[in-house]
Design a binder for this molecule. Structure first.
Ligand code: LP5
Ligand code: MN
Length: 253
């Protein structure tokens, strides 16, 4: 028992040295206050397969060793997002962390909590859901992973550019979660607290589902490199409830 810390959408990569530094400081601090640490997706800006561990460029080597050191001090769970859906047991094993299922039921001091990346609820975004179905197909993944690392890096870059282009044409509503999907999740799990990332719209939403009071907490994304002011933070599930901690002023939630 003890607080659970949750952070998502760090989007770490070769162009995010300051965000990596903030994440490494966060990993150092976590064992002092948290009993476990959960990272439900988009830890990486683009993850092309766990075999990159063996040729880890410097930025990645630093992240992996940070995870490994922290994982020796508290249990860490890593999850897949839409940027790092290719994370597998190999990355977890290499860092001494555990792999989160796409949707997890957490036991916390504040009661049971439903945790996921959040993209699964974005059902109005048909183009994205088609993309998701494609890249989550084991055959597609095997074929992608059979390509060389430079080929995969080039495809990842194309997909990122394609995504940025596609998103500029989509409305904010389409890119947010679908309310029916959220209600269905509260209904089918019977849980009344949900935490997810992905939409980059940190908030605490209260909703009634069949007369039941439910809460949906949305995690912020992190950016200490290109955003001004910097963005990022985590959610702590403590005895008194859920608390957001902002990267800029962690002592004052
Ligand atoms: O990620 P973000 O925030 O920009 O937007 C997401 C959805 N986009 C994605 C795509 C990822 O960003 C791509 C990065 C994956 C890196 C992993 C490497 C594996 C390589 C894969 C090679 C094909 O998840 C976006 C949502 C948004 O969240 C909000 O929910 O709208 O969805 C899309 O942009 C999907 C598009 O509408 C349709 C697909 C465009 C991708 C173009 C593929 C080009 C393939 C080129 C391969 C040679
Ligand atoms: Mn995401």
């Amino acid at each position: 028992a003890g607080p659970v810390w949750i952070a998502a959408d760090l989007h770490l990569g070769p162009d995010t040295p300051a965000t990596i530094e903030a994440f490494l400081a966060f990993l150092e601090a976590a064992p002092e206050d948290a009993a476990s640490l959960l990272l439900p997706g988009d830890i990486f800006d683009a993850w092309i397969g766990d075999d990159v561990i063996h040729i880890a460029p410097e930025w990645l080597a630093g992240v992996l060793s940070g995870l490994q050191h922290a994982a020796a001090r508290l249990p860490i769970w890593i999850g897949r997002g839409n940027r790092d859906f290719l994370i597998s047991e190999k990355l977890a094993a290499a860092t001494g962390t555990h792999l989160l299922p796409d949707s997890a039921r957490l036991q916390t001091q504040a009661g049971p909590v439903l945790l996921s990346h959040g993209d699964e609820y974005c059902l109005d975004d048909i183009a994205y859901q088609q993309f998701r179905t494609m890249v989550r197909n084991p055959q597609w993944q095997a074929q992608f992973l059979s390509k060389s690392i430079p080929e995969r890096l080039a495809m990842a870059q194309e997909a990122r550019a394609g995504s940025i282009q596609a998103n500029s044409q989509k409305s904010m509503e389409i890119m947010d979660v679908n309310q029916d999907a959220i209600e269905a999740a509260f209904r089918s799990t019977g849980l009344s607290i949900m935490v997810h990332g992905h939409t980059h719209r940190p908030a605490r939403h209260a909703i009634e589902v069949d007369g039941r009071h439910c809460e949906r907490w949305v995690l912020p994304d992190w950016d200490c490199d290109h955003a001004d002011p910097i963005r990022g933070g985590w959610l702590a599930i403590e005895e008194d409830g859920l608390v957001f901690y902002d990267l800029e002023q962690p002592e004052k939630p």
